[in-house]
Ligand binder design. Structure first.
Ligand SMILES: Cc1cc2nc3c(=O)[nH]c(=O)nc-3n(C[C@H](O)[C@H](O)[C@H](O)COP(=O)(O)O)c2cc1C
Length: 216
């Protein structure tokens, strides 16, 4: 497990006169926010996020933000101000470098829990989904979550989310998870590979943003 996150942990290396031969490599720690579209204690999708925590590269930290307590979207409630659980979710998304969305497949699509969270996150001002690098994982039945992910991509594209092409889709997921842990080596490798791909995308997007601001 990685130590708990803090903004203060973001380290930018500075030239050290005592060690002039050391290359100056920025070592920014990346924080990925994991959200699971299933609330149940023994959720196989949440187990995928736990695997991501275990398998994250050295400079990547995965924080799971549970969606319990996020109320059903209600425009009248929104008019009175975002509820605390919604503020917490939006803040967690905004401060993350990227998202890991674990999407169960229900009836050929995404769960209501996940869609509801996205609906709250999509609202102005400053929707935290905007341009957020994101990777999708699913633990499902025979489909492996491919239908849920197809619909999810549409929803996220509508919100200008940068969803990477690489995915994890676990068919008959119950065969591969035991005691809340993803067991099968090939699926653990798939999760590790997905994290590396998302990390690359986050770093690329960061460089592109720096380049764009230096041109402006
Ligand atoms: C209401 C409901 C509908 C489901 N529909 C599908 C489906 O269309 N395709 C599929 O592959 N699995 C389907 N499943 C199986 C779930 O994807 C599977 O049980 C998954 O593990 C649920 O996620 P969780 O373990 O994270 O709670 C469905 C399950 C439920 C409860």
């Amino acid at each position: 497990m990685h130590p708990s996150p803090s903004k203060a942990e973001v380290v930018v290396s500075r030239p050290n006169p005592a060690a002039p031969s050391e290359p100056s490599v920025p070592q920014a720690r990346l924080r990925l926010l994991g959200i699971s579209g299933s609330l149940r204690e023994e959720s196989l999708n949440t187990a995928l996020l736990r695997a991501a925590q275990d398998l994250a590269p050295e400079d990547v930290e995965v924080v799971i933000h549970p969606l319990h307590g996020v109320p059903l979207y209600d425009g009248d409630v929104e008019d009175r101000g975002f509820p605390d659980a919604v503020v917490a979710l939006r803040d967690a998304m905004a401060s993350a470098d990227g998202l890991l969305v674990a999407a169960p497949e229900y009836n050929h699509s995404i769960s209501g829990v996940l869609k509801n969270a996205i609906d709250w996150a999509s609202r102005r001002p400053d929707p935290p989904l905007d341009h957020k690098p994101t990777a999708l994982l699913s633990a499902a039945g025979g489909s492996g979550g491919q239908n849920a992910q197809r619909h999810l991509r549409d929803v996220l594209a509508h919100n200008q989310v940068q969803v990477i092409d690489d995915v994890v889709q676990l068919r008959r997921a119950w065969d591969h998870v035991d005691e809340g842990r993803l067991q099968t080596p090939e699926h653990r490798q798939a999760v590790a590979d997905l994290l590396i791909a998302l990390r690359e995308h986050v770093l690329w997007a960061r460089d592109a943003a720096v380049d764009a601001s230096s041109v402006a």
